[in-house]
Design a protein around this ligand. Sequence first.
Ligand SMILES: Nc1nc2c(ncn2[C@@H]2O[C@H](COP(=O)(O)OP(=O)(O)OP(=O)(O)O)[C@@H](O)[C@H]2O)c(=O)[nH]1
Length: 277
Amino acid sequence: MTNDSPEEETRAPGGGGGGGRGIAQRNRADDNVTILTSSMDFHRASRSRASSSNDAAPSITSSVDLSTSSLELSIQTRIFRIIVIGDSNVGKTCLTFRFTGGSFPDKTEATIGVDFREKAVEIEGETIKVQVWDTAGQERFRKSMVEHYYRNVHAVVFVYDVTKMASFRNLQTWIEECNGHRVSASVPRVLVGNKCDLVDQIQVPSNMALKFADAHNMLLFETSAKDPRESQNVDSIFMSLACRLKAQKSLLYRDVEREDGRVRLTQETETKSNCPC
Ligand SMILES: Nc1nc2c(ncn2[C@@H]2O[C@H](COP(=O)(O)OP(=O)(O)OP(=O)(O)O)[C@@H](O)[C@H]2O)c(=O)[nH]1
C-alpha cells in the first residue's frame, strides 16, 4: 500500500463512483474487499456508557470470562479502530451509518460522547473488524471523552460540510486537537467533504480542499452520505483506510468470540499483507 501512492489513485478529477463531484474514489479496493456482515450498531449502548461512570470502558474484550475452563486460542480477528472527527452537523453520524448499515438515517440527533459502529469486512481473505467511532461535534457533548477518542486509534477521518465554509476552516482546530493527543504521524488520516448532493449550496471548492489535504498529507474524498449513488464512495473512505492498515504491521489486538458456548480468546500474531489497495 505504501508504495501504491493512494493520493494518485484517489484524486483523479471528475472521476469517482456514482454521482459525486470532483474527487474520485479509488474503487480498486472494492475488488479486493468483501463486506461480511451488516453493521452492529452500538449506538444506544455507547451512549449510556458515555453517561455512566459506573460502566466499564467500552472494550471488545470486556466480556472475557477468564475462569472459563475451555478458554482456547483461535484465529485472530484484527480490529481497526477509526475515529470520525469534525464540526457538529457535518454528517459524521450519517457517514458512519452509511458505511456500517448501508443506509441514510431518517433522523439523527447530536452525538453525545461517542457512538460505536462496527462492520466485518474481508480483505484478501482476512476478516477484519472495522470499528468506527462516531464522535460528538459539539463541545459540550465531547469534553469528557476526548482522551478516549484518541487512545489507541488506528486511523482518523476528518469531516467537513462542503456547504459550510466554517466547518472547513475549523479543520485546522480539529487537526491540532488530534496532534495534541499524541496521535502518531504514522496513523493514516483522510479528509472527507460531505453533503455533495447539495450542489447549489457548495461553498468549499474542490481545489481548496485538495490543497489543504495535500498540505496535511491526507487523501481527500468528496461525497454524500445521503445520496445512495455515493454509497460506494463512502465505503471507499473506510475501506481505503482498512487496506492501508492491513498493509501496515500487525495490530496487536485481541478479540473474543463465543462459539458453541465456548469462549475463544484470540492470539496476537504478526502477519504480513500483500493487499494491492
Ligand atoms: N443533504 C445532506 N444532508 C446530510 C448529509 N449527511 C448528513 N446530513 C444531514 O446533516 C444533519 C447532521 O447530520 P449528522 O450525521 O447528525 O451530523 P454529525 O456531524 O454527526 O453531528 P454531531 O453528532 O452533532 O457531531 C442531519 O440533518 C443529516 O440528515 C448529506 O450527505 N447530505
